[in-house]
Design a protein around this ligand. Structure first.
Ligand code: 0K2
Ligand code: SF4
Length: 313
C-alpha cells in the first residue's frame, strides 16, 4: 500500500499565528485565560488548550469582569468587542488577517452605500463576525438557488464578498449566477477565499485521481476540512473526515493500493503522522509526500500581544 501525503496540508499561516498567540499568552499570563469560540475548529487543538486550563466561551457574559479574553482566528463582530469593553476585559485579537481583510471590505462597501451579498454558511463563526460589521447592509446566501429569492433590481448598487474557506468551485458557480442576475455587481480586486483554502483543495483535486481513498484529518465543524472531504467524494473516491487515527477502520482499506492523506488548515501534523503510522503498522504502507504548491506565508502576532511582550521585557 502506498500513501500519497498531500502538500500543502494542515496548518495555514492564520492558524499558526492564532495558536502561537494563545501559547505565548499562556507563557506570559498563565492559563487562567478565556477564548471567545474555539481558537480554531479542531478538537485536538482545543482539547490540548483545555488540558492546560484555558476556558473556551460562546458568550462574553461567561467571562469574569477584568479577565483576559482572546478572539479566535475566525474573527468577531463589533458587538462582541463592545461587550468586552463594557466588561472591562483585556482582549487579544487572534483573527486571521485574511478574515480581517473581508471585514474591512464589508465596512468599505457599506460606507459607500452598497448592499453586500455575502456568500457563506449560515451560523459559521466567521460569517457571524463579518455580518456583524454592517448587519443592515449584508444579505447572506449559500447557493445559486438563494439568488432567486433576492428582490434587488438588476441595477442595484451591489457588491459580493465570500467566506474565506468555501469550495472554490461551488463559490464560482454562485458568483457566476450572481453576475448573470446583477451584471454590475462589484467585488474586491483580490478574492476572499484564501490561499490556504485554495491550495489544499487544488492538491486534493490533483492527487485524488491517483488514489483509491481520501483521508482528511480535521474536525466536523471545520468548514475548510469538510470542503476537502467533499471534493474527494465528488471525484468519486470514498472520503473520510477524521479527528484522529483511532477513527480509521480496517475495512475502509480492503482492495486499496493508494491512500491520499491530507489535513484541513486547523488540523495538526502530529495527527497526520499518527494516521500514517497506523497504515504502516496495519498494512505495511509506505508514505510519499507530493508537493503541488509551495507556501511561504506567515503572519505576525497581534499588535496588542507584541506591545505586552515589549512592556514585560
Ligand atoms: O474552516 P473553518 O473556517 O471552519 O475554520 P478552521 O477549521 O478553524 O480553520 C482555520 C480557518 C480559520 C479562519 O478562516
Ligand atoms: Fe486565514 Fe485562510 Fe487560514 Fe482561515 S484558512 S486562518 S483565512 S489563512
Amino acid at each position: 500500500m502506498k500513501i500519497l501525503v498531500a502538500n500543502p496540508r494542515g496548518f495555514c499561516a492564520g492558524v499558526n499565528m492564532a495558536i502561537e498567540c494563545l501559547d505565548e499568552t499562556i507563557r506570559m499570563f498563565g492559563s487562567n485565560i478565556y477564548v471567545y469560540h474555539e481558537i480554531v475548529h479542531n478538537k485536538y487543538v482545543v482539547e490540548r488548550f483545555q488540558k492546560q486550563g484555558v476556558t473556551f466561551v460562546n458568550s462574553v457574559s461567561e467571562v469574569p469582569s477584568g479577565s483576559l479574553l482572546l478572539y479566535s482566528a475566525h474573527g468577531v463582530s463589533p458587538e462582541i468587542r463592545e461587550q468586552s469593553r463594557q466588561r472591562k476585559l483585556q482582549t487579544i485579537d487572534a483573527t486571521c488577517p485574511l478574515v480581517t481583510k473581508v471585514h474591512l471590505e464589508a465596512i468599505k462597501y457599506a460606507r459607500e452605500g452598497y448592499h453586500i451579498i455575502l456568500i457563506g454558511h449560515e451560523g459559521h463563526d466567521e460569517v457571524i463576525g463579518t455580518m456583524g460589521e454592517a448587519p443592515a447592509s449584508i444579505t447572506l446566501i449559500e447557493e445559486p438557488e438563494d439568488i432567486e429569492k433576492l428582490s434587488f433590481p438588476p441595477d442595484a448598487k451591489l457588491a459580493y464578498l465570500t467566506q474565506t474557506t468555501l469550495s472554490v468551485e461551488e463559490a464560482g458557480r454562485v458568483i457566476s449566477a450572481l453576475k448573470q442576475r446583477f451584471p454590475k455587481i462589484e467585488s474586491p480586486p483580490k478574492e476572499d477565499i484564501c490561499y490556504a483554502t485554495t491550495n489544499r483543495q487544488d492538491a486534493v483535486k490533483q492527487l485524488a485521481q491517483r488514489s483509491d481513498i481520501v483521508i482528511v484529518v480535521g474536525s466536523q465543524n471545520s468548514s475548510n476540512s469538510r470542503r476537502l472531504q467533499e471534493i474527494g467524494a465528488l471525484l468519486g473516491k470514498p472520503s473520510h473526515l477524521i479527528d484522529g487515527a483511532q477513527e480509521l477502520q480496517r475495512e475502509w482499506f480492503q482492495n486499496v493500493s493508494t491512500v491520499l492523506i491530507t489535513a484541513g488548515a486547523s488540523a495538526p501534523e502530529v495527527v497526520v503522522q499518527d494516521c500514517i503510522g497506523w497504515l504502516s503498522t496495519e498494512f505495511g504502507a509506505t508514505a510519499e509526500e507530493v508537493t503541488t504548491r509551495e507556501e511561504h506565508v506567515s503572519f505576525p502576532l497581534p499588535r496588542e500581544l507584541r506591545a505586552l511582550q515589549t512592556a514585560k521585557a
